[in-house]
Design a protein. Structure first.
Ligand code: ADP
Ligand code: SF4
Length: 691
């Protein structure tokens, strides 16, 4: 039953010639599936349509071989042969009564063209936006007319593929149409350069011609980055951003407005903690146009959504990440199941997959991207088989997810946790600076478990071999986690780092457990290169310490380039006066100093510090599992299932631990080989019918 307070969210809204059944709008987002894995991509969008999203957009869709993004797996509509793959998506979305949208793009100077080896096209001659030796070259007037033809042809193909909404996309600095708008990129002196009217000429032409090509059979959405968050070095909402919207005000059927670049648009909770963080840049848009407006900002609270609509800011609640974390978010609001919403934590692990050109994944929603390959559904799971119950040991993300899914299947579940509170690494990491939103991973699961009569959670219950044997459970899942190493062994050295007597060495676990380093400068030794080193630096700074960060990498937290955070992490640490020493390993820790070695030359230097925090690698906590296996081998215990899951099986991201817990619960009592079979389920290249 829909709470009347939220009924406004379920009003249908007209978008030109089509009507969206409610105000929940999944804006374009990449999946790392795209034209390479179209069945998986279609299934990912379809499950969200089933979950109540009224509009499902695909991802940036290349319109021509001069916009070749290989190895990224985006959409593609180069010619008619690309139509059937996209039709998979539109048909499945339509089956659930939703609208399908396509985000057409020519990436201009952001295209790689590594596969096609076509020239990189740009408003003006310049280095290309993507890293590489090839420069971008300016389009001449004839080229511009040709590009317009490519857009028209791609629009016609979009209609043939069954799309209801066609995007004209000018955002993220990834689109030629936006690149023409920006004087930093467009230095032309002809009719397409100089004044804003001239710089917006191509955008207007493509918009008008897309409307014409659609012939009222599909709506045309205009996606514009109204602010680049670069101050005067980029487009600003209060200046040219607004002027462009005023110029084209009622031409498109819908405005999809956001900030640029992608790192600003998909800001993480660590750097943009507030829901609706983009809204101040676009409050004015509805004053300028009569057409419906969609905007984003990691919206998960229905009250906030209603305030956006009733406050006249947005007509549609746009979402990429909230729809990934919970494909059924609209349905849950509609059915008054607000407490069941699986809220996005703003970690950008979904984004990292696209940046690695692999299928999408999500920390909160382990089924994301697995709808086609494994047949997983975010809200449905097979009922229990012949077994009655299971014991899950450890209530970190892996144990919580495993217990929750087993309980959903109908098993009697006992979850035992050694600590006073459940949550494991999520609770502990969530206490570090900037990571508070990550606690949603446990909050969601603990709430779910609390609603179920077939689960017993025991805290302060560290189980040993005899406890488990005494418990007499035939099915045991061991999720005992992993601990950070103290001895410095990691990527840089496989030998323990010598530590002199009197020197203080700590681990991230110590800091998370509340151990404070002695006064003075803390040297964080980051050989892990993911997020922990940078997060600890912020945490210790917040607690008043001076911090020196030594990393074996060239930059701080290099893996976080994948989550679009690396530059923010490094900028913030520089601004907070952290001494950063890149490209050095740790050779020795003495009282008051640490010896470092250059990773290239081996040259040594001494750095003063009062303590060292080792962020290197983790040791799996397998003692209990090993003992149980040994007991089973010795016929002292008998288990039908004995499985190691989560960080105890393979240390990694929280997303990996959740996935592992989910996998164990899904395949519990599944037919032999079902788990492995999914590895072999791939979208094969058809070499038979190819011309
Ligand atoms: P994961 O990411 O795999 O879920 P975590 O480290 O977050 O791993 O969680 C592991 C949890 O297991 C921790 O909360 C820890 O207290 C708990 N634990 C470890 N050993 C035992 C044990 N023998 N009995 C019960 N709980 C345990
Ligand atoms: Fe949100 Fe993280 Fe899931 Fe992305 S991976 S949707 S940011 S919870």
């Amino acid at each position: 039953m829909t709470d009347p307070r939220y009924s406004v969210l379920f009003e249908p809204v007209r978008i030109g010639p089509v009507t969206a059944r409610n105000r929940f709008y999944q804006v374009p987002h990449c999946t790392g599936l795209g034209h390479i894995r179209p069945r998986a991509d279609a299934a990912t969008r379809a499950v969200k349509a089933e979950g109540g999203w009224a509009v499902l957009c695909n991802q940036e869709t290349e319109i021509h071989p001069t916009s070749d993004l290989v190895p990224a797996a985006e959409g593609r509509l180069w010619d008619d042969r690309d139509i059937p793959a996209l039709r998979l998506m539109t048909e499945q979305v339509h089956e659930h009564g939703s609208l399908a949208a396509v985000e057409l793009v020519h990436n201009g100077n952001h295209a790689f063209n590594n596969m096609t080896r076509a020239p990189i096209l740009s408003p003006s001659d310049a280095v290309a936006d993507v890293f590489g030796p090839q420069q971008a070259r300016a389009l001449d007037l004839e080229d511009i007319a040709t590009v317009r033809g490519w857009y028209r042809a791609a629009t016609q193909r979009s209609l043939a593929a069954g799309f209801d909404i066609v995007y004209v996309y000018a955002g993220h600095r990834m689109s030629l149409l936006q690149q023409f708008l920006l004087p930093q990129i467009n230095s032309r002196t002809d009719a397409y350069g100089g004044s804003l009217e001239n710089r917006a000429r191509l955008l207007r032409e493509v918009l008008e011609e897309t409307l014409e090509a659609c012939e009222g059979r599909a709506a045309v959405a205009m996606r514009l980055a109204v602010d680049e968050m670069r101050g005067p070095d980029g487009m600003q909402a209060g200046e040219e951003g607004r002027a462009v919207v005023e110029m084209l005000a009622d031409l498109p059927d819908l405005w999809d407005v956001n900030v640029s670049d992608w790192a600003n648009d998909s800001a993480t909770s660590r750097f943009a903690p507030d829901e609706g963080y983009q809204i101040d840049y676009m409050r004015w848009v509805k004053d300028v146009t009569k057409k419906p407006v969609v905007g984003v900002g990691r919206f998960t609270s229905p009250d906030r959504m209603v305030s956006m609509v009733k406050g006249g800011v947005l007509d549609f609640i746009g979402a990429a990440r909230p729809s990934i974390a919970d494909p059924f978010l609209p349905k849950k609001i509609e059915e008054g199941r607000i407490d069941e919403i699986r809220e996005c934590i703003g970690c950008n692990i979904c984004v990292s997959a696209d940046n690695m050109s692999v299928g999408i994944r999500c920390t909160q929603n382990p089924t994301m991207g697995e709808e086609w390959r494994r047949g997983w559904h975010p809200e449905r799971i097979a009922p229990k088989g012949a077994q009655d119950g299971a014991l899950v040991i450890g209530a970190g993300p892996a144990g919580l997810e495993c217990a929750m899914q087993l309980a959903r299947r109908g098993y009697e579940v006992t979850l035992a946790e050694a600590d006073a509170e459940a949550g494991g690494r999520v609770r502990r990491e969530g206490g570090l600076s900037g990571l508070n939103a990550w606690k949603r991973v446990m909050d969601y699961r603990l709430y779910d478990l609390s609603q179920r009569a077939n689960v017993n959670l025991y805290t302060e219950s560290r189980l040993d071999l005899f406890d488990v044997i005494g418990f007499d459970a035939p099915n045991v899942f061991v999720a005992t986690g992993a601990a950070w190493r103290r001895d410095g062994v990691g990527r840089h050295t496989r030998q323990p780092v010598p530590v002199d007597e009197g020197a203080v060495v700590l681990t991230p676990d110590d800091i998370m457990d509340g151990t404070l380093p002695p006064d003075g400068t803390v040297l964080i030794y980051d050989d892990d290169q993911v997020y922990m080193g940078g997060v600890l630096a912020d945490t210790l700074l917040d607690r008043g310490y001076e911090v020196t960060l030594v990393t074996t990498a060239a930059v701080v937290s290099p893996w976080m380039e994948n989550t679009l955070e690396q530059h923010r992490i490094q900028t913030r640490l520089i601004e907070r006066d952290v001494r950063i020493i890149p490209l050095h390993g740790l050779a020795q820790v003495s009282e008051g100093t640490a010896s470092l070695t250059c990773v290239y030359s081996g040259r040594r230097q001494e750095v003063p510090c009062s303590s060292v925090v080792m962020v290197t690698e983790k040791t799996r906590e397998t003692a209990l599992y090993d003992a149980l296996r040994a007991a089973q081998a010795a016929d002292e215990a008998e288990f039908t299932t004995l499985e190691l899951i989560g960080d105890a099986d393979q240390p990694g991201l929280i997303a990996d631990a959740v996935f592992s817990g989910h996998m164990a619960a899904r395949y519990f009592e599944a037919p032999e080989g079902a788990r492995e079979a999914a590895w072999y389920r791939r979208e094969m290249v058809d070499v038979v019918s190819e011309d």
